[in-house]
Design a protein around this ligand. Structure first.
Ligand code: ATP
Ligand code: MG
Length: 507
């Protein structure tokens, strides 16, 4: 028998004229961990959707050979039956259901036609053990952290017989500990003979975990690198991904002069009535004009809550304290008040409240500032709208057939760029970026950092919330570290290190 468990041979996939995959060859050896890397829109997710039957046989060209025979999956269940499990880029759990309901939905344990919940809960426990997750199966999924939810997805996949496990950016939303845990789990599964394919933009983890890595670019296979031959390094991957070398992924800003305090928050506390607890405690911080402020911390430290509480408080926390913009005290009732005061917030959750997925790129970009493209009569000037959207598409290198493409059909990273474009067009004075490069490839990250620098040169100030320490260290002028709803410390960029940030983050 062949050493390959999977061979995808000359796969071509076309979306109404746009070739997402162009004669892609992809071979995975039995029992290995194989990473699939490439820029946003390179075709990684599409290739895996072809494999899993999301795009059924007949809608693509080429052959899928799994365990030695040609497969013609006409639906997802066909690939599941063959032993292929895929965990998509966006989690697909039901937040309001319990862990055991999520694990067994559609697959309940029955006796005489009645669901046997006791057995189901027992069975859930043993499935959770497979992923080393120690939670009560009766707890609701929404009450778990993202890392634990990710493990539930994997547990769910493992509840059936799996030979090939596919994970599409599983660690994008995880903190370092949870990511480490997940990689450990993949290694354990490998010992049990399970083959894995992992898509990731985090090159460090690709390097740490891969036996092989295949690089896609613009729908083409560029190369497959083998760890055993010492071929998997950051430089080699980047060079093959973007087709050029990037010497320093954090572009330098030449002039660093800061103006007055543009934002000042003091004695700031927030109470979440739904959770029944204080989520922000006596926060003091400020931003100077022309400054990039990094807000570091672990998942759940309260960083997003802080951003939202400032940005018009959409979650209706009970707020206390003082917020000043340009020295004037403000009391925002709605996000629209915050926007009027010159604040913009690019959310970490682009699907949740960042973007209109059923609308095109053009509408998504113009929506926040229709006034700017309206004529005196109030009618939208469509030519102007097109011009603006085309500019952002170009500047942010949004990969799409045109600005008329629906945002829901863009690759994950390109959706993030549209979200950024939308808020840049609002032309704020203070831009809050929440995990701005999550799911973004290295080349595009560089572009986003360069854009941040030029915005600062134009007089903007930026607050960047990020879980990526490299990015916090590489881009910030000053860093606040949060934990448990408090600011645990403030560090100037020149004094900052991974160690002192992590020290404060776990205080
Ligand atoms: N349903 C669809 N309709 C039209 N075009 C699509 C559709 N799905 C994907 N595409 C296009 O196919 C290309 C590949 O997208 P894909 O999602 O596979 O990228 P990716 O490599 O997973 O990127 P990312 O790292 O951003 O997730 C992109 O140009 C995307 O816009
Ligand atoms: Mg993808």
């Amino acid at each position: 028998m062949s050493e390959y468990i999977l061979e995808m041979d000359q796969i071509t996939k076309d979306f109404s004229g746009v070739k997402a995959l162009n004669n892609v060859n992809f071979k995975v050896k039995k029992g290995e961990i194989h990473c699939l890397v490439g820029e946003n829109g390179a075709g990684k997710s599409t290739l895996m959707k072809v494999l899993s039957g999301v795009y059924p046989y007949g809608t693509y060209e080429g052959n899928i050979i799994f365990e030695g025979s040609i497969q013609q999956f006409s639906k997802i269940n066909d690939s599941v039956d063959a032993g292929i499990a895929i965990i998509y880029q966006e989690l697909a759990l039901f937040p309001d259901l319990s862990v055991y309901e999520n694990l067994f939905i559609g697959n309940e344990i029955q006796s005489r036609g009645v669901v046997n919940w006791n057995d189901t809960i027992q069975a859930s426990k043993s499935i959770l053990e497979k992923v080393n997750l120690k939670v009560n199966p009766e707890i609701l999924v929404k009450d778990l952290g993202v890392g634990q939810q990710q493990l539930i997805e994997i547990a769910k996949a493992l509840s059936k017989e799996v030979k090939l496990l596919i994970l599409d950016e599983p660690t994008a939303a995880l903190n370092e500990d949870d990511s480490e845990n997940l990689l450990k789990l993949l290694r354990e599964l490998k010992k049990q003979g399970i083959t894995s394919i992992m898509i990731s933009h985090k090159l460090k983890e690709v390097i740490a975990i891969s036996d092989s890595a295949t690089v896609l670019r613009d729908g083409n296979t560029i190369c497959t690198l083998a760890a055993s031959k010492g071929e998997i390094s950051e430089n080699t991957i980047i060079k093959n991904m973007v087709g050029r070398e990037i010497s320093d992924i954090y572009p330098k800003r030449d002039k660093k002069t800061f103006g007055d305090k543009i934002l000042e928050v003091s004695n700031w506390s927030a109470y979440d009535s739904q959770l029944g607890k204080l989520i922000l405690k006596d926060i003091q911080f400020h931003v100077n004009k022309g400054e990039i402020i990094g807000i570091a911390g672990l998942m759940g430290a309260g960083r997003t809550e802080l951003a939202q509480s400032i940005f018009g408080n959409p979650k209706s926390y009970k707020l206390q304290g003082e917020l000043k913009v340009n020295g004037t005290r403000k009391n925002f009732k709605h996000t629209s008040d915050a926007i009027k005061a010159g604040i913009a917030y690019v959310t970490e959750d682009r699907k949740g409240d960042g973007l209109f997925l059923t609308q095109d790129i053009k509408n998504n970009i113009s929506i926040g500032n229709l006034k700017a493209i309206a004529e005196l009569s109030g009618v939208i000037n469509e030519n102007e709208e097109i011009k603006v959207a085309d500019e952002y598409k170009k500047d942010l290198t949004i990969k799409a057939s045109s600005i008329n493409q629906l945002v829901g059909n863009l690759s994950g990273g390109n959706q993030q760029k549209v979200s950024l474009g939308k808020w840049l067009f609002v032309k704020p004075n203070i831009l809050i970026l929440d995990e701005p490069t999550r799911g973004i490839d290295v080349g595009a990250k560089f572009e986003i950092y360069s854009i941040m620098n030029s915005l600062i040169d134009e007089g903007m100030s930026i607050i960047m919330i990020s879980s990526e320490l490299g990015e916090v260290l590489g881009m910030s002028d000053r860093i606040y570290v949060m934990a448990e709803g408090e600011i645990k410390g403030e560090i100037l960029a020149e004094d900052a290190s991974q160690e002192n940030i992590m020290h404060l983050a776990t205080k």
